[in-house]
Design a protein around this ligand. Structure first.
Ligand code: SIN
Length: 280
C-alpha cells in the first residue's frame, strides 16, 4: 500500500489514504503520518473500521496516552472517552466553544485522536482553526498587544461544580465528572514555539484562558475577546465533515477546534484518545 496525503484545500487539514489502521504500521508509515500531521495539523483517515484496540495502538505510535480529567473512560478502557450525544438530548452541545484540549494542564496533550462510530446524516462537523496562520496574519499593532504575555489557564468555567458541565448540567449522555480541582490554574506563554517544528503560534484561547499574568481582569477580558474573534476568523478555519469509520487526529499545539450541532434527532458517537505532551 502507498500512503497518499491530499491537502483539504482549506486553511489546514489533509486526507490520508493508502494505509490500513486496523493493522500494525511499519515505522516508515508512522514517520510519514507524523510528518503529515506536523505539516497539516489535522489528518483524516476515511474507511478505517477500527476497534478500540486499533485506536489505542494507533495513538501510542505518537506518544504516551494523555491524562484525561473530568471524563469517565468507556467501560473496560482507561484511555478512551466517548464523545456522545443522543438523538433526544436537550443539554447544550459539548465543546461548542473554540479550545485546545486540556490546555490548563502543566503538560497539555500534543494531540487528540477521534474515531467516528455513529455519525449523523446531517450536521455535527468539527471546525479547526490554524493558530500558526492566525499569528502570522495578525496586524503588527495587534500582535504588539499580545507579544510576551503569559496566559493563565483553568478548567473552572467548564468543569468546576458551578461550571458549564457542572452540577446544574442535566440530561447529558456523556460521562462528564465535574470537580473542584477544575479551579486550579497553570500558565503558558500565549505565543509559543511548537515543540517539534519550532513554528510560532497562538496557544489556546478565551475559555480555558481566564486572564494574563500581571494584567488586571478589566484589561485582560477585552484582550481575550479581541483575540478569540481573530483566532477563529474564517480564513484560518478547516471544516471537517465526518463519516462513520473515519479517524481524525489533530495537533493541539497548532489548532483550536470546536464542535457544531445541526443534528437534533440523530445519535452521534465518537471514541477519543489524547496523545501526551511530546517527549523527545
Ligand atoms: C472534542 O472537542 O473533543 C469534540 C469535538 C466534536 O465533537 O466535534
Amino acid at each position: 500500500m502507498t500512503i497518499h496525503i491530499t491537502p483539504s484545500g482549506q486553511a489546514c487539514g489533509a486526507i490520508v489514504t493508502g494505509v490500513d489502521l486496523t493493522e500494525p504500521l511499519p515505522d516508515k508509515t508512522v514517520d510519514a503520518i507524523r510528518t503529515a500531521w506536523l505539516d497539516h495539523h489535522v489528518l483524516s483517515f476515511p474507511d478505517q473500521a477500527m476497534t478500540d484496540d486499533d485506536l489505542e495502538r494507533f495513538t501510542r505510535y505518537f506518544g504516551d496516552f494523555g491524562n484525561d480529567p473530568f471524563f469517565d473512560p468507556i467501560e473496560g478502557r482507561q484511555h478512551i472517552a466517548a464523545i456522545r450525544r443522543d438523538a433526544d438530548e436537550k443539554s447544550p452541545l459539548f465543546a461548542e466553544n473554540w479550545h485546545s484540549d486540556w490546555s490548563f494542564q502543566a503538560h497539555p496533550p500534543a494531540g487528540t485522536c477521534l474515531l467516528g462510530i455513529t455519525i449523523p446524516p446531517v450536521g455535527g462537523d468539527t471546525l479547526f482553526a490554524d493558530q500558526h496562520k492566525a499569528l502570522e496574519a495578525m496586524p503588527p499593532d495587534m500582535r504588539k498587544q499580545y507579544e510576551g504575555l503569559t496566559a493563565i489557564h483553568s478548567a473552572q468555567m467548564a468543569y468546576a461544580p458551578d461550571g458549564a458541565y457542572g452540577e446544574k448540567d442535566e440530561g447529558r449522555s456523556m460521562a462528564i465528572r465535574p470537580h473542584e480541582s477544575a479551579r486550579e490554574t497553570q500558565t503558558h506563554p500565549l505565543i509559543r514555539e511548537h515543540r517539534e517544528t519550532g513554528r510560532l503560534g497562538l496557544f489556546s484561547c478565551m475559555g480555558y484562558i481566564i486572564g494574563f499574568d500581571g494584567i488586571a481582569q478589566e484589561e485582560a477580558l477585552p484582550l481575550l475577546q479581541q483575540l478569540y474573534a481573530w483566532q477563529s476568523r474564517e480564513e484560518f478555519v478547516y471544516r471537517h465533515q465526518w463519516q462513520p469509520d473515519m479517524l481524525v487526529m489533530w495537533d493541539n499545539r497548532s489548532v483550536l477546534h470546536r464542535a457544531t450541532g445541526g443534528y437534533d434527532g440523530h445519535d452521534r458517537l465518537l471514541h477519543r484518545t489524547t496523545i501526551a505532551a511530546y517527549q523527545p
